[in-house]
Design a protein around this ligand. Structure first.
Ligand SMILES: NC(=O)c1ccc[n+]([C@@H]2O[C@H](COP(=O)([O-])OP(=O)(O)OC[C@H]3O[C@@H](n4cnc5c(N)ncnc54)[C@H](OP(=O)(O)O)[C@@H]3O)[C@@H](O)[C@H]2O)c1
Length: 294
């Protein structure tokens, strides 16, 4: 059986890596990019360069969209709804869950086969075992495109709700950005005594590696408490009062060194709120239960 032909819309760092990977795995590729010059190296490497989105779409079985954001996706897909009919449309552009659902609803209105995707990889990881992509929406679209999608990285279908891949992407990226925020705070503190950022990054990496196993324990404990009406009392680990003292010391130490503590202050506010509502002896991980907005 011949491989499906893929159109790739968007040849930034990610679209280029995806196109190269598809070519390397024996797929015919047709590429379009707003700035046409970016199609040239791909044409030299064997892809077909399309002058318009419509030309790219009509040449393909599977259309992969790797543009900048939701607005650019809608701007370029809406005029080619008719051409997209009968093809499998996979949007890998990072969007919010509701934006993914809105694009899925638009696709359904036009009778299009639509799958939303989220890339848990950097461009250099595409096509390697370290690459994982999440998908959600039309299950038959996923099944149709699956073999092609699996060339990009592990393919992980999340469910029929088109927003699910994006939601998990956003949750994982939230944890990642908070971790990087922690690194920047540590670098700023250690620079006050002349430590290089590289040294601090090495120290932070070692420390985070050592405490990473706690994530699984926290998750299990949060689930256990959720099944017991949110009861975190008595604390199995650190309690709220202990965590308030610990995080309070971090904030004080940063300020003593002349470094802002505004990345830590929101966490402290949640701990204060728990203490103020009589939860000082609850497990501090109950901060997770404080976050939903009523
Ligand atoms: N890079 C990563 O590590 C990574 C990881 C996961 C997910 N992603 C997601 O993958 C998508 C692409 O990222 P990237 O790294 O390839 O970004 P990038 O290198 O900055 O490229 C952006 C692409 O979007 C195009 N674009 C921007 N605005 C446009 C518009 N209004 N109309 C048409 N095209 C437009 C650019 O075209 P021009 O060449 O004409 O400017 C270019 O092809 C993003 O949604 C990103 O969040 C990236």
């Amino acid at each position: 059986m011949t491989n499906p032909t893929a159109a790739v819309l968007g040849l930034g760092a990610m679209g280029s890596a995806i196109t190269a990977c598809l070519r390397d795995t024996g797929h015919a590729t047709v590429v379009w990019n707003r700035t046409a010059a970016k199609t040239e190296p791909h044409a030299e490497a064997g892809s077909r360069a399309a002058a318009t989105v419509a030309e790219a779409v009509t040449a393909a079985d599977v259309v992969l969209v790797v543009l900048f954001d939701h607005a650019s996706v809608r701007e370029h897909l809406e005029p080619v709804a008719a051409e997209l009919k009968g093809r499998t449309l996979v949007n890998l552009t990072t969007t919010t869950p509701n934006q993914a659902r809105a694009t899925a609803a638009w696709a359904a209105e036009h009778g299009l086969t639509y799958l939303d995707g989220a890339i848990m990889a950097t461009p250099d990881m595409i096509g390697t075992p370290a690459s994982r992509l999440l998908y959600s929406g039309d299950r038959s679209a996923y099944d149709t495109a699956r073999a092609l999608l699996e060339t990009l990285g592990a393919a992980d279908y999340q469910g029929e709700d088109a927003g699910l891949a994006s939601l998990k992407d956003m949750a994982l990226l939230t944890a990642m950005y908070q971790m990087f925020g922690g690194l920047f705070q540590a670098v700023a503190m250690m620079r006050t005594v002349g430590a290089t950022a590289a040294d601090t990054a090495g120290e932070v990496g070692g420390w985070l590696g050592a405490i990473l196993p706690h994530l699984g324990r926290f998750g299990a404990e949060l689930d256990r408490a959720a099944h017991n009406s949110g009861d975190h009392d008595p604390a199995r680990g650190q309690d709220v009062d202990f965590a308030r003292a610990a995080v309070g010391a971090l904030i004080t130490a940063a300020r003593e060194q002349g470094v802002g503590a505004d990345l830590l202050e929101p966490l402290m506010r949640h701990l204060d709120e728990l203490a103020a509502t009589g939860r000082g002896t609850a497990d501090w991980i109950s901060v997770a239960d404080q976050l939903p907005i009523a």
